[in-house]
Design a protein around this ligand. Structure first.
Ligand code: GDP
Length: 534
């Protein structure tokens, strides 16, 4: 197969939802019906109760799960589909944002009774910022849920873009009769149960209106009415608009009953985009220049969007997840980490076939390749086979929670430093070194991150630490147009300056007014709430 067709047949998407909307169930069914897994229950079994718990075992399990099933690849209709899972717990939302930078589209699952919930809303914002195309799946139609028109209305409001229904439900809850597929103009008749294969559902052409009306009575008539209202009010399907993040196709179904799932799988092939170009910067005549990397470019280029410690505590190795932006990966090829200009020397290189890790034979743009290393790779690193460039856009958010790290046994300083460096590189936590010295500071977006880090420092690095509250409540990365201005600012606030894991200078705040006051005093200094890896 030609290089171009290899990239064109790839689809890389993230699945997003509020906990309990049915993401795990849908993921499993997609894998099942594409043939990637044989037995239902294998994804589910790995899903620990990952909701608001701060229990250690749960956190450990959660990590286990995210290693095992955060990336899943399936083959369907001769397409290579890469599905990226996003962590369910809100305290790990930073991870989720980074995963969203690695995909070309997103599948949003909503519970038809609850509509768009809090966590989905945050994820939508990130997709909107990046104009990521979103496919919407309205789940749990077998329950007593809201009216489809009402749901569409809410999705439109929350997404700030029109919905284009692709399927339409006939009835709901106890009288859920099926869905009308507006693309094929046929109704698929609902039957409950999780044994049935998607192709075993009965279908009836919509042209047989009398038969349908006779069999499904008022449910059918009122579905036709609401469907006509919905399609009348929504724009016609425009793939370009969808690709630009300006309309979302909507599907209805019931994941647990295998119903309406195949339509989503087909939509991933037919509607979702193949890998798109990615923005990088390169240096020409000492000036940074923006360069668009095309998926079919021959040279290998990719970015590390996730670093995950291996579960085996005896091996201090980590998997760097690289989203390929261009080129072809073949075993043994020489790759370089752009930040350090050092060769990447992985001990193994894997792809993620559903839940198995397999040695990579070849991979193309859109694919996620896992490099197991002993270090030397950080979140946000650009990996190429020679070309000198850096991908931009991987976000780090200014922490809102801070703790001071106190080592219980001072003889373990080296282990602590190593642990913090590695956990910082993984993005598990942000580590700040105060410029005037003193204990290290940990910065997090969610409280659970502290607990995970404290636990892992002890379990993996034998560094027993106490975390103490401190006065800081925020941080801003700072830059200035001239070094002299920066120096002046740093000299004015020496005790507030700290450097993060990437050696980027930050200003620590104790209240929201701090930034305002500092900004008034130093109008030429730029305060950034978000740092993009550059
Ligand atoms: P996640 O937290 O979003 O991954 O949600 P899960 O896939 O674990 O589903 C949450 C709960 O909803 C589980 O008990 C599922 O069995 C149930 N569920 C998922 N899909 C459906 C559906 O279509 N109908 C009904 N009635 N329940 C569902």
């Amino acid at each position: 197969m030609s290089f171009l067709s290899e990239t064109r047949r790839r689809r890389t998407f993230a699945i997003i939802s509020h906990p309990d909307a049915g993401k795990t169930t849908l993921t499993e069914k997609l894998l099942l019906f594409s043939g990637a897994i044989q037995i239902a229950g294998s994804v589910k079994a790995r899903k620990a109760s990952r909701h608001a718990t701060s229990d250690w075992m749960e956190i450990e399990k959660q990590r286990g799960i995210s290693v095992a099933s955060s990336v899943m690849q399936m083959l369907y209709r001769d397409h290579v589909i890469n599905l990226l899972d996003t962590p369910g717990h809100k305290d790990f939302s930073e991870d989720t944002y980074r995963v969203l930078t690695a995909v070309d589209s997103a599948l949003m699952v909503i519970d038809a009774a609850n509509g768009v919930e809090a966590q989905t809303r945050r994820l939508i914002e990130v997709c909107r910022q990046r104009d990521t195309p979103i496919i919407t799946f309205v789940n749990k139609m077998d329950r007593e849920v809201r009216e489809p028109l009402d749901i569409l209305d809410e999705v439109e409001r929350e997404l700030g873009m029109p919905c284009v229904p692709m399927t339409w439900p006939v009835g709901q809850g106890k009288s859920f009769r099926g869905i009308m597929n507006l693309r094929t103009q046929a109704m698929t008749v609902f039957e409950s149960g999780s044994e049935r294969l998607p192709q075993d559902f009965e279908t009836i052409a919509l042209t047989e209106r009398d038969t349908l009306a006779k069999r499904f009575g008022a449910d059918f008539e009122s579905a036709m009415d609401s469907m006509e209202l919905a399609t009348g009010a929504s724009p016609t399907w425009d793939r370009e608009a969808f690709l630009a993040g300006k309309q979302t196709p909507v599907f209805f179904g019931s994941g647990v009953n295998n119903f309406g799932v195949m339509e989503v799988l087909d939509a991933l092939v037919d509607l979702a985009p193949s890998p798109r170009s990615r923005t990088s910067t390169t240096v020409v005549n000492r000036q940074p220049v923006v360069k668009e990397i095309q998926p079919e470019d021959k040279d290998f280029a990719g970015v590390v969007f996730k670093v995950q410690a291996n579960m085996d505590a005896n091996h201090r190795d980590r998997i760097a997840f690289v989203r390929m932006a261009s080129g072809k990966y073949t075993p043994g090829m020489k790759l370089k980490v752009q930040r350090t200009a050092k060769e990447l020397r992985p001990t193994s290189v894997v792809t993620f076939m559903s839940q198995r890790r397999e040695a990579v034979e070849e991979a193309y743009a859109g694919d996620i390749v896992g490099f197991t290393t002993h270090g030397g790779v950080q979140l946000g690193d650009t990996i190429t086979d020679g070309a000198s460039l850096q991908f931009t856009g991987l976000p780090f958010f200014a922490p809102e929670l801070f703790m001071t790290v106190i080592l219980k046994n001072p003889l373990r300083t080296k282990q602590l430093q190593q642990g913090l460096a590695q956990l910082g590189e993984e993005g598990a936590i942000q580590v700040f070194r105060p410029e005037i010295g003193g204990p290290m500071l940990l910065g997090a977006v969610g409280q659970l991150q502290f607990e995970v880090v404290q636990h892992r420092l002890k379990a993996e690095y034998d560094a027993d630490v106490r975390l103490e509250g401190c006065q800081y409540t925020g941080a801003r990365w700072i830059t200035a147009d001239s070094p002299a201005e920066l120096r002046e600012f740093v000299n004015a606030y020496p005790q507030r300056m700290a450097k993060d894991a990437a050696d980027t200078l930050a200003f620590l705040c104790t209240s929201p007014y701090d930034v305002r006051l500092a900004q008034e005093r130093f109008p030429k200094i730029h305060f950034h709430p978000l740092r993009e890896h550059a």
